[in-house]
Design a protein around this ligand. Structure first.
Ligand code: ZN
Length: 319
């Protein structure tokens, strides 16, 4: 099946965001994915007929073709280890429906039962276990889910250029009803600031990601990199909560990246349940070329006002 002519994941999500804003206005969050999936698919010959949480090992979610007549079921895992991921999974499966499914018609059920497999069964992402085409589809469904649940324009309005704090993260996870990890990851994706996230367990980074602005200045997080002594992630919960859940200023030489070390502000959230920590590292703004140029008039002014201290050659006098 060719996917040409289909919408991109971001476009599909953004069209639904416009629809929700038009119909529901400011009351559209958190997005009711289940109602939306039913409503949007209702007039198709193969609608989403069933959405249900199930307690089954071995998968995260599934978009399953109905076996007796055109239509689909979304199943998502409700086991405790998937807590916080249910809504994201549901949105992910809805993404497969919009972006990837082969539309089913009565012809597919000629013998009274669906002949070939049209299902999407989704395991938690493990990069090395997916073949490329599957990987691309899974990432597309994740992108759709992320943009549907957390539209960037709205998220940007919530943050409003402020430093990320625990209170702000709590507000965002409440508003969109998503996991902390999903909210942090999304912020890293769109923020214009220099920031990075590091997910760690047992003293090592499981994975991480730098914002575009941070990446451009040599910051990236290697999986397996040791969490430095002196970081909040290493010092533990007491170090973080002493500061009332704000980011904590750390000197240079704590966190070191490819171009060296600099002072940062670190906010770490510890999950005892998952045995993990999520650190947000917020860096000082890097001086841009235009700012350096803007500083020149100041230098000129300084030279002018201090000219009485200079000799005829313009060098500072030696008195
Ligand atoms: Zn999937």
């Amino acid at each position: 099946m060719s996917d040409s002519g289909r919408k991109t994941p971001k476009r599909a999500a953004s069209d639904l965001t416009v629809l929700l804003r038009t119909v529901l206005g400011e009351d559209r969050f958190p997005v009711d994915v289940e109602a939306l999936a039913r409503e949007v698919s209702r007039n198709n010959e193969d609608p989403i007929a069933t959405i249900k949480g199930v307690d089954i090992d071995g998968f995260e979610g599934m978009l399953r073709a109905r076996r007796k007549k055109p239509g689909w079921q979304i199943l998502y895992n409700t086991q405790p280890r998937y807590r916080g991921r249910e809504r994201f999974t549901l949105a992910h499966e809805f993404g497969h429906y919009l972006l990837h499914r082969r539309p089913l018609t009565a012809d597919d059920y000629g013998d009274g039962e669906l002949s070939d497999g049209a299902d999407f069964e989704c395991l938690p992402l493990r990069a090395n276990e997916w073949v490329d085409a599957e990987m691309e589809r899974e990432e597309a469904a994740d992108t759709f889910a992320s943009y549907l649940l957390m539209p960037i324009d709205d998220y940007r309005d919530q943050v409003n250029g402020e430093e990320m704090t625990r209170a702000l993260l709590d507000h965002v996870t409440d508003r969109y009803s998503v996991s902390l990890l999903a909210a942090v990851r999304k912020w890293i994706e769109f923020t214009d600031t220099r920031a990075a996230m590091v997910v760690a367990r047992d003293g090592f980074a499981l994975w991480g990601r730098a914002s575009t602005a941070a990446y451009k200045t040599g910051i990236f997080v290697r999986s397996g990199m040791p969490i430095p002594d002196g970081s909040i992630a290493a010092l533990g919960t007491t170090a973080q909560y002493a500061e009332d859940d704000q980011a904590i200023a750390l000197p240079a030489d704590v966190w070191t990246f490819s171009r060296g070390s600099e002072p940062i502000r670190e906010l770490t959230i510890f999950s005892e349940r998952l045995g993990m920590s999520v650190s947000l590292l917020q860096f000082e703004k890097a001086p841009s070329v235009s700012e350096i140029e803007e500083e020149e008039p100041w230098d000129t002014y300084d030279q002018f006002t201090s000219s009485s201290d200079r000799d005829a050659s313009g060098r500072p006098s030696s008195r």
